[in-house]
Design a protein around this ligand. Structure first.
Ligand code: PAF
Length: 290
């Protein structure tokens, strides 16, 4: 596995690759969720590239950019084990007076976009830069960051990046907590209280399986379950899966999505609820969301 940190070496190494190239962009502090993306890429492609870069432009002024965990040696060991061929670790990616930004308007508007102004603009811009530098055949994101995956799928399609975006299932700890680089901020008590997130999603799934389709009812179940354990509920919402639009009744696939603060740590998680398709819908060839 080769490690490079400047654009010239990256382009040179990339040019030496024949066949398909999978790409996993990351901010480091890697865990089993990232490993599953790298492994999937290594299975699907001839070569796999991972980037490790804590991207300053996606953090708000009061967010955790400076204290975001940086664990390069352990990250490189994980990449090697998971099957990466090339790891790109730039020190910076922006000119001092960087002025070109990508806004994916509608997908970025609600949920995390509303609560973290500028966040998705930073994500879209850095990922577009990576797409140009790495020129991957396929790129892999985790479903835990569902809105991010949706936004980057939209960006790739609308800006004609010649690549396939693949969204992979959320990887969970044995007790249900979604893997996240930010889990390491949690104290033992916070770690215990954070379990309410996956428990709440499980409860929503159970109510949905029993036939509950009323969004207000499901959202109030989420809010009261979370409110009892976490320090702040940032949002607990059910949104249309295909475009994150608001709905009243579940008649098509939806995202049940949560963002909460446990102590000072912001955690997110989600599940997709898919009603069984009626005969009419399947006969008409109703489109499944990407
Ligand atoms: O999901 C992340 O780790 C980041 O948002 C990404 C996609 C690497 C862009 O900095």
């Amino acid at each position: 596995m080769k490690v490079v940190s400047d654009k010239v070496s990256l382009r040179k190494a990339r040019a030496s690759f024949k066949g398909t190239v999978g790409f996993v962009p990351t901010m480091g502090a890697l865990h089993a969720g990232h490993a599953s993306l790298v492994e999937r890429s290594a299975r699907d492609n001839d070569r796999t590239v991972v980037s490790i870069f804590v991207n300053p432009t996606q953090f708000g002024p009061k967010e955790d950019f400076s204290k975001y965990p940086r664990t390069l040696e352990a990250d490189l060991a994980l990449c090697r084990k998971a099957g990466a061929d090339l790891v790109y670790t730039p020190a910076t990616l922006y000119d001092k007076d960087h002025q070109t930004w990508i806004d994916v308007e509608n997908v970025a508007a609600p949920l995390c976009g509303e609560r973290r102004p500028g966040h998705f603009r930073g994500v879209a811009t850095v990922v577009a830069k990576f797409f140009n530098l790495v020129q991957p055949t396929r790129v892999y994101f985790g479903q835990k960051d569902a809105q991010q995956a949706m936004l980057l799928t939209t960006m790739a399609r609308e800006l004609d990046f010649p690549l396939e975006v693949i969204t992979c299932p959320t990887v969970r700890e044995a007790d249900g907590l979604a893997m996240s680089s930010r889990n390491r901020y949690l104290s033992p008590d916070e770690r215990k209280r954070a379990l309410v997130i996956s428990r709440t999603l499980h409860a929503v799934q159970t109510l949905f399986d029993k036939g509950e389709r009323d969004v207000d009812k499901l959202e109030s179940v989420m809010e009261s379950a979370l409110g009892a354990e976490v320090d702040r509920v940032d949002y607990a919402e059910i949104r249309r899966w295909r475009d994150l639009g608001e709905i009243k009744m579940i008649e098509e696939p939806v995202l049940a999505t949560i963002a909460v603060f446990v102590g000072n740590t912001r955690l997110i998680d989600n599940i997709v609820l898919t009603p069984k398709r009626g005969k009419l819908a399947s006969r008409q060839g109703a489109k499944r969301p990407a």
